[in-house]
Design a protein around this ligand. Structure first.
Ligand code: ARG
Ligand code: ZN
Length: 858
């Protein structure tokens, strides 16, 4: 069935109170749910109370203590017919958590029990109106064997505990009404890293991060991140925490990053555990960002939740923006921005230009899990960021204050947020609402027309058609712009242009020569820019633009143009040689520029990804793009060998720490190795071994391993074996061991992946492990796009095998196969063939079915 946004109706019943009693067992858990229900005066009256269920066994059902007069099953849902206005319904269900391989609802992980309820997992625990607009106050009792489940946690506060022979029990009460998707329970053998935080209002909050015994010493970074998040949200958004305890539990079997359950966040271990020996700098940043994200949800998500799942971006887009602003304040603003844009372009832009494109507020779905997308999250964040850019930080804060105040305790809509912004921040967002309705990445074409007196910046906007949306209207696109004067090499100030029409011209005076255009500085709008600009001017901006993002962008543009033309065989040898010279000169400038810190230098040195390059052409030939990109890299590695070697040796002297200079040093070391591995392999091999053996941190060690794993021969084997032996038993690091091989430039990567699927440490039951092998593989262009179609077949095989075990994770692997329309004809046909093979399978989950049919198109 297709669920549509326009069909929303309020639920006929309110559930003011929910009492849950869990008799816990790994193989069998019994749940007694007691719901107080009353008619919802704001909804159309109905005698039927629809309680959602999913795979539940109903043991008994009572209404006001009696057998229920009228009830029936409707598929998995339980329908209870009620006469009067208020009732108490008692429902007993039983299920086997250890058999729950979907990891939705209550499931077992390493001997402990935990829950994941967003979006629709609560219905796998008990029959309930499992929709975000039904808010209830929860009281819970759980009991179970004390030896097996010494720690018992749920939302809110612990109100009573007791013992009963070998069993014990605990009662929890959450004073804040919440939707069922925020319910959580954890029971198991866990230890805590404890700390406290005192809020601006003077509330002393007990913080605890719960992990398995051996993991405790890797939780300090998460704890620091949590305290910094709590402080930052007070200072920047005026948001204070509202319970006496805040618990975080790390689990190793988890479909996503983490979950913001009220007072009891459940996290993938990947976003909790970090120390120098086992986590890279990227991992440390990931922990900080996700800890902050889930904490910020306490206001943007929990205190104000979503009316229905079409409003998902209301909490996710806003919370991603909040975590991005936080990370920007904790580290380097420019480098964070570049990282955020890289994710947007690498994941969201392809989504927006492919068969799965949807607006940040979708219009319909079959399975809501499929809409936890980069569009809803990352583009959603960009849309709110544009409001912030247009209003400025102070007025934006007035808007968010009004939103939080007006809708506290409610299940709200995106429209509510927009209105609060209009009134609080003083913005006119009438036309801006299109950003919520229209899918597709807008394209802005910009050219500078100059005559002796005047300069005209001519802008054109178009929004490409997407599935179900053939025609689009122009949207307001806020572009920060500066014009550089050739005479001085400076610009005369920036301006924010709101490009809200199909065509627009802006005049500038006083330039004797045509100025150089720097546009979408800071990436103020999530659009693609096509600018009419000479390579020499891009090189100028790459060297001199005072906006660091614009500088990065100019460098990326310079390389992108060249590689796209080269892959399309549009360059003769002379043209190629001169383009390489120009790029080499620009990189040499960057390496030598003392005004740039290493973190930023690392960004400026990164080549555009193959996915990004493929996005720039209508029909991509992955082999040609790969050949040209690797060719350029090798040429640069050879040409700038001395510079890279010197940069590596300079950076190698910086001792390990987490400050920006040391992180930057590690980043440029990896970049140096990457170029040298391509252009001066013998030099790189020796350097990589030295870095590998001498490493006192995972960033250096993994960076070196990546290079060594790309070599053909015994050294590859030795390096991989050493790494495995060092970290055997540490799941998160063994995940890296799988990923490094699956992502490798090694010509036999595809064979390696096949062999790794049979490795004793590989399992389809653990999502992190599955992703570490197969997402890494699907993101490895030369292997995944093997001309034989073998890579596509491997991903299709995986989907078919994984679908019955974990449909939510299986469905995520359909995305890479959805690119068939944008590939050269040979690969396109092979890819499509695999989608069709999946579509023909006997029993597909709703998740995978929806993604495969959308990917094939009508
Ligand atoms: N709300 C969680 C977060 O953004 C993610 C939940 C994902 N749920 C899902 N069904 N994929 O932090
Ligand atoms: Zn979130």
């Amino acid at each position: 069935a297709i669920i549509r946004r326009e069909d929303y109706t309020p639920f006929a019943w309110l559930v003011p109170e929910t009492h849950l009693d869990f008799e816990l067992g790994l193989e069998s858990t019994r749940v007694t749910a007691t719901l107080k229900v009353e008619r919802n005066p704001a909804a159309e009256a109905s005698p039927v109370l629809r309680l959602n269920g999913d795979g539940l066994k109903l043991e008994s059902l009572h209404c006001d203590g009696e057998d229920c007069a009228g009830w029936a099953m409707d598929g998995d849902d339980l329908l209870v017919t009620l006469e009067g206005d208020a009732h108490t319904i008692t429902i007993v269900t039983r299920f086997d958590p250890s058999a729950n391989s979907q990891l939705m609802g209550l499931f077992a992980s390493n001997g402990m029990l935990c829950t994941q309820c967003e979006a629709e997992g609560f219905r796998r625990i008990t029959f309930f109106p499992d929709r975000p607009d039904v808010l209830s106050t929860y009281t819970l009792r759980m009991s179970g064997p004390k030896a097996q489940f010494p720690v018992l946690l749920s939302n809110g506060n612990e109100v009573a505990t007791g013992e009963d022979g070998d069993n014990h029990w605990a009662e929890w009460h959450d004073p804040w009404p919440k939707p069922s998707y925020l319910f959580a329970l954890v029971a198991g053998q866990l230890v805590a890293n404890r700390d406290t935080f005192t809020t601006m209002g003077g509330r002393r909050v007990d913080l605890a991060i719960w992990v398995r015994e051996g993991d405790l010493e890797r939780t300090d970074h998460a704890m620091d991140s949590l305290k910094r998040s709590m402080k930052w949200d007070e200072e920047v958004f005026g948001r204070e925490y509202d319970l006496d305890i805040y618990n975080i539990v790390a689990v190793s079997d988890f479909n996503m990053g983490a979950m913001e359950n009220k007072g009891l966040n459940v996290f993938n271990t990947k976003y909790v555990l970090a120390d120098a020996d086992t986590a890279t700098d990227g991992d440390f940043d990931g922990v900080e960002g996700v800890i902050a994200h889930e904490y910020f949800h306490n206001w943007s998500g929990n205190r104000i939740t979503c009316r229905d799942w079409f409003q998902l971006s209301l909490k996710e887009g806003f919370t991603v923006l909040r975590d991005q602003l936080f990370s920007q304040d904790m580290g380097s603003e420019a480098v964070c921005r570049i990282g955020d844009v890289r994710v947007l372009r690498g994941v969201q832009f392809p989504e927006d230009s492919g068969p799965l494109a949807h607006p940040i507020r979708p219009d319909s779905y079959r399975e809501i899990s499929n809409f936890y997308t980069s569009t809803v999250y990352n583009k959603g964040a960009e849309v709110i960021r544009m409001m912030r850019s247009m209003a400025g930080p102070e007025r934006f804060r007035k808007g968010t204050d009004l939103y939080f105040e007006r809708h506290d305790g409610e299940a709200a809509t995106c429209e509510d947020f927009i209105r609060a912004m209009e009134e609080g921040a003083g913005l006119d967002l009438e036309q801006f609402r299109l950003w919520y309705r229209q899918a597709g990445t807008p394209k802005i074409e910009a050219s500078v027309l100059h005559s002796d007196k005047t300069t005209l910046l001519a802008l054109k906007q178009s929004v490409p058609p997407t599935p179900g949306q053939p025609d689009k209207k122009p949207m307001p696109v806020p572009l920060r712009i500066a014009m550089f004067d050739r005479a001085t090499g400076q610009h005369r100030g920036e301006q924010l242009v709101i490009m809200d029409e199909a065509q627009k011209g802006i005049n500038f005076d006083g330039f004797a020569e045509p100025p150089i255009l720097s546009i979408n500085r800071g990436f103020t709008a999530p659009v693609t820019i096509e600018r009419d600009i000479a390579d020499a001017d891009l090189a100028f901006l790459a060297a001199h633009d005072d906006d660091p993002f614009a500088r990065y962008e100019a460098m990326q543009d310079l390389v992108t143009r060249h590689l796209v033309a080269a892959a399309d065989n549009r360059l003769d040898d002379a043209a190629k040689a001169s383009a390489r010279e120009a790029i080499g000169q620009a990189l040499a400038n960057i390496i030598g520029d003392e005004a740039v810190d290493d973190l930023m230098r690392g960004e400026l040195l990164v080549l555009p990804s193959q996915t990004y390059l493929a996005e720039q052409v209508l029909l991509a030939d992955p082999a040609a793009i790969h050949r040209e990109r690797e060719g350029l890299k090798a040429w640069l590695g050879a040409e700038l060998e001395d510079l890279f070697t010197a940069m590596h040796s300079r950076a190698s002297k910086v001792p390990y720490s987490l400050d920006a200079a040391a992180k930057g040093a590690r980043k440029v070391k990896v970049q140096a190795l990457v170029y040298l591995a391509a252009g001066a392999p013998d030099v790189a091999r020796a350097m990589a071994w030295e870095q590998y053996r001498g490493a006192d941190n995972m960033t250096d060690r993994q960076g070196a391993l990546m290079v060594l794993a790309g070599i053909d021969g015994i050294e590859r084997t030795n390096a991989l074996l050493d790494f495995y032996n060092r970290y055997e038993g540490n799941d998160l690091v063994i995940d890296k061991w799988f990923s490094v091989q699956a992502q490798s430039l090694h010509p036999n990567a595809i064979e390696h992946v096949k062999a790794l699927a049979d490795h004793p440490d590989f399992t389809l039951k653990n999502p992190n492990r599955v992703r570490s092998l197969y997402m890494a593989f699907a993101a490895n262009p030369h292997a995944f796009h093997a001309a034989s179609g073998e890579g596509y077949r491997m991903i299709a095989d995986l989907i078919l095998q994984l679908d019955p075990i974990n449909p939510q994770t299986a469905a995520r692997f359909v995305t890479p196969l959805g690119r068939w329309r944008r590939l050269e004809p040979g690969r396109s046909a092979l890819m499509r063939e695999q989608l069709e093979r999946i579509a023909k399978a006997d029993k597909l989950s709703r998740d995978t079915y929806e993604q495969v049919t959308r990917s094939l198109g009508d």
